[in-house]
Write a new protein. Structure first.
Length: 103
């Protein structure tokens, strides 16, 4: 089976989706509710991607040092730490868990 027609179709769909964005009336974009929805969708998408990248390992679910790092970073966020501190706490937690023998 040739993959190129599917790749070209995906490119066309992506281009048409972007083109459709230019056709949205400006009054819709200036609506405060639209700004809130766009911000909420962005946060939800990033949270979903973070969760999938943390827990998924190929086709299986894996609980390893990444989960511990995510929990440590979430605690740092809950304590209102600056973003750089949250990243460092998560990285340090992953390093310590891997040093302790967790895969």
């Amino acid at each position: 089976m040739n993959l190129w027609p599917w790749i070209l179709l995906a490119c066309l769909v992506a281009y048409l989706t972007k083109l459709l964005g230019y056709l949205v009336p400006e009054s819709w974009l200036k609506n405060p509710r639209m700004t809130r929805v766009a911000g909420t969708l962005t946060i939800g998408l990033l949270a979903a991607l973070t969760t999938v990248n943390t827990i998924a390992s190929g086709q299986a679910i894996a609980f390893d040092a990444r989960v511990g790092a995510l929990v440590a970073a979430a605690i740092a966020l809950f304590l209102k730490a600056p973003f750089l501190v949250v990243v460092i706490v998560g990285a340090a937690a992953a390093a310590l868990l891997r040093l302790a023998g967790m895969p």
